[in-house]
Design a protein around this ligand. Sequence first.
Ligand SMILES: O=C(O)[C@H](O)COP(=O)(O)O
Length: 204
Amino acid sequence: MTGTLILVRHGQSEWNLKNLFTGWRNPDLTEKGIEEARDTGKALKARGIVPDCYYTSALRRAQHTLDLMLEEMAIDNVTIVRNTALNERDYGDLSGLNKDDAREKWGEEQVLVWRRSFDVPPPGGESLKDTADRTLPYYQAEIVPLLQEGKTVLVAAHGNSLRALVMAIEGLTPEEILKREIATGEPTIYRIGPDGKLVERVEL
Ligand SMILES: O=C(O)[C@H](O)COP(=O)(O)O
């Protein structure tokens, strides 16, 4: 028996639209983000997918995305588990700054290192490695056992907390994962075997 893991990045947030570093700050979705979340919910419903368990971060944009998806899937009265382990990577002192202004101030290369290196954290914030160090143990302890039982688990989270999961599940190197961009509202679906390992990636 295989379990199914559905990872969804939140829809476009107000700060994605304004091009601001967001991290643990808490903006809501834009109209476009609302539409992206609804479309992903509709697509899962059209595939006949009905998850058994629901996980999200402690941040509004991911929680709202999950709520909108559930509405489209006509699913209510379910338990939603919210945990900071699934939060976006903490952008530290960059949080709230415009990404173009930051490039002007510190240079293109430095900002790219902060955004896309594996283990160099932005000032006062988390690297992708730091993010993985909190996201992966949570995934292993809370979500993998459900997948091993054959359950379908939906996780609505963030670009970098999901990158950490994708890296571990697909066995990617730091170089490979840093090239992987996950679009807002984009679902990634995996079948996971009884050993907790990837069986296949499924296209929606
Ligand atoms: O927190 C943020 O600013 C974004 O959601 C992700 O940022 P990134 O594209 O720099 O990883």
